[in-house]
Write a protein that binds this ligand. Sequence first.
Ligand code: ZN
Length: 54
Amino acid sequence: MPALMKVCQNCNKYSLELKCPSCGSNTNAAHPPKYSKEDKYAIYRRKELYPQFF
Ligand SMILES: [Zn+2]
């Protein structure tokens, strides 16, 4: 499994480490969570967020 790119919270440099090699800050995953078109639970999440539309 290939390592996912991480991005530094502080200087926005990309790396594969949990800590930024240039400034030592924590890094975040550079990729958004996988999006599924057939998200079975989206309706429940939306109901919770916007109950006035249901
Ligand atoms: Zn950094």
